[in-house]
Write a protein that binds this ligand. Sequence first.
Ligand code: ATP
Ligand code: MG
Length: 367
Amino acid sequence: MKLLPLSKAAAAARDATLSYAAFDHLATMVAVISPDGQCVFANASFENVLGLSRKSVLRGSVFDWFVDSQRVRDTVEAVARNDFSTSRLEALLRRPALANDPLPVHLIVNQMDGQPHVLVELVEIEQQTRQDREERALGQAKANKELIRNLAHEIKNPLGGIRGAAQLLEMEVESKALTEYTQVIINEADRLQALVDRLLAPHRRPHVVSDVNIHEVCERVRSLILAEFPRGLAVKRDYDISIPEFRGDREQLIQAVLNIAHNAAQALVDRVAVGDAAITLRTRIARQVTLGKQRYLLALELHIEDNGPGVPEAIRERIFYPLVSGRDGGSGLGLTLAQTFVQQHQGTVECESVPGKTLFKIVIPLP
Ligand SMILES: Nc1ncnc2c1ncn2[C@@H]1O[C@H](COP(=O)(O)OP(=O)(O)OP(=O)(O)O)[C@@H](O)[C@H]1O
Ligand SMILES: [Mg+2]
């Protein structure tokens, strides 16, 4: 069979596809268009949302994809004319594959350096709202932690004085019955002191950065947990050993993973008694992840999974908040600390829990 030479238009389309190929990795929809609305390139996310093949996407005018096409056309022309270097608007995207059920989007139109084309980026408004919500929750969590830290400082100072005074008093009083009271003051002051110390712990020690091997972290945690629960609990490993080292604070990460694994072990008491309690430490590489507002090509996922009864429903939404505990004698700080340490590595930690399977997922960007 004789191969026909590519037509000029087909060759141009192929060149565009090659030079913009990196856009295919984005989760947001991106298209490169000429000022008259001709589509030069649309990335994979765009094709998916439109439900059209790349060929049919390239055939049409981009303006026709929007319910209010004139407004989109005006914006694109204004950017192409250099009235603005970038412009944003809200629009409704038609989706031919979904009976034209329109999708509300934020449209961002940008100039492209040295090219006559413009770059059109679309973000689903619902996705945007979710991101806003997540951001607000993060902001709130940060404010909470700050409040607690300040409060801890305020408690710490007089606490030393109270304890000292009780000790002096104890030396003065002769009655045994009265020393019982001073003992109560001293013991309670010590308990409060330990709590305050834990509240302030993440801000005490500086962030010490070195090369971290995540499997060394897992192995340390594994041996610490096994030392405490030598019988009835299996700590299984499921490692992807190709995960590269990264810069981070090893001790902080050990503490974070240990706090999570320790909770799992505590939740497993009934199964430990029977002998079939299991915690799994699993490592994986994730690609193209968005953490906070930032997008990363590579990230490390560490799962800490247990086969226990699950996080009590009543506190499921709040377990990362300070002082939230579902355990007798728990101070409710373990997960707050773990989250702070992971966040200091630009990472996130999430929890999914049903009876029989609780999964804590730590995600940390890799270089
Ligand atoms: N794997 C798990 N399975 C079931 N419940 C869990 C699990 N992990 C956490 N929880 C619940 O979340 C709560 C909060 O955990 P967190 O580590 O923050 O505090 P704590 O364990 O109560 O106290 P601390 O760790 O400060 O001694 C726990 O009390 C427990 O009820
Ligand atoms: Mg705990």
